[in-house]
Design a protein around this ligand. Sequence first.
Ligand SMILES: Cc1cc2nc3c(=O)[nH]c(=O)nc-3n(C[C@H](O)[C@H](O)[C@H](O)COP(=O)(O)O)c2cc1C
Length: 495
Amino acid sequence: MKFDRTKKQAAGKKGSAAKTAGVGAAVQAKKPAKKISPSRRQASAGRKAAAKSQSADRPKDNGPQLTQEPGKVALESYPSAENRPFSSPLEVLRGRRIVLTVTGGVAAYKAAELARLLTKNGAQVRVLLTKAAECFVTALTFSSLTAQPVASDLWAETSARENVAHVAWAQWAEVMVTAPATANFLAKLTHGLADDLASSVALAFGGPRLAAPAMNTGMYLNPATRTNLELLRQRGYRILESPEGLLACGSVGAGRLAEIREIAWETARLLTGGPLEGRRVVVTGGATREPWDDIRFLSNRSSGRMGACLAAAAWLMGAEVTFIAGPAAIVPEVSPEGLKIVRIQTCEELLAAVRKAIEGAWALVMNAAPADFKPAEKVAGKIRKSKDKLPQLALTRTPDILKTLASELGRTIRVGFAAEDGDNPVQRARQKLKDKNLDYICANRAGGAGDTFESPDIELTFLSAAGREIPIGPVPKFQAAWTLWELLAAGTKRS
Ligand SMILES: Cc1cc2nc3c(=O)[nH]c(=O)nc-3n(C[C@H](O)[C@H](O)[C@H](O)COP(=O)(O)O)c2cc1C
């Protein structure tokens, strides 16, 4: 299947890009960055093997041609962003082959929603039902939603072409998702039982696997289940731990199925091949607010969408991400483990949050639009309206984050954004790149034609300290973000 966005873009379908990054709802931050564990490494190997086995079906990746020397990537050979595949996070799923195993828990009905979401985003989804799952949902539900075969019987006759079903399905799949996963099925996975079709396919499959448990709290917290989950994790399973909430049995506690969109995002992440795996990145986005009184503030029109796209794309590519976002900034619609969102208000808070996050980070991408000036004094309470006199606003400078942190950034790759108006924004961006000792800068337009603020699309010029210039777009912001990470991942290192 092709990933050609150009026609759509040429037709000027901006509306489609409004879905960019699937961004919107505010999220809570979760766990901080970690070192790669053996299980993640195993999962990564599985992902890479799956990605390789699928290469014939994927668009050819004409990524950057690398030289051996760090920081000397032959960027001029990079293809235009219009040819890059994804314009929104779940588009990663397009054309990919997913086996979704549904087991016998009450949450089985939610698997229909998951099958629909994956299918809607272009994945081919084949569903395996356990016998117990068939007591809750029907094969017809899933075949209607996916237009793909649904199977449950190990002993059913298979077509000559399909070989033996459990082997054929395992060979067909690029990723296996078990949602919901019952306590019973998790135990079977852990111990290698293969007494039905779903468990046999699972045992035969060697690629990336994800399981989202759902059960009564007692079953979930039982040491047997905890041990099984831990063992599966160690063997490379991506386990989506269950959030707390109201359960079907009426009690409140752990045991709910993870959110459907989160399962879909995690599935997409397993399919990317993890080009940024093991890297920690810090992304800033959105406008700061500089208070004048308790009600009023100075700010700007930055929506944070580009930052959200950068954060989402890096996470999908396997990075551990800290996204430092302004108070009204758009953030990714899900908050999975490894995608931490830190909300800040002012430029000073942004500086403090970046300082806290950058230690050991591989890259810092400063996409936020911090205010350059702030009210010299913050007035307590609300400034009253008066008939005779207008309040006077005196301004002072806010801190320059990159200059302030220059000595703390070490070998972290530094990427800035320069939203410029008037003539020759590229020239001004290059000056900023030098002034701020950046490795790269993305010149884009503020105001007038091609204004990037609040837009779902962006047109930018990617400039390197070595003097290279790569035009990107106009494309959906998520597509530009994906392209930027590919460029950065292509062996660049701060020397
Ligand atoms: C009404 C009902 C609801 C159930 N809900 C769950 C559940 O949410 N999670 C779970 O692990 N088991 C649940 N069970 C138990 C499983 O259905 C049972 O362990 C079954 O053997 C699982 O088979 P499977 O793993 O092959 O799908 C439920 C059973 C019933 C009768």
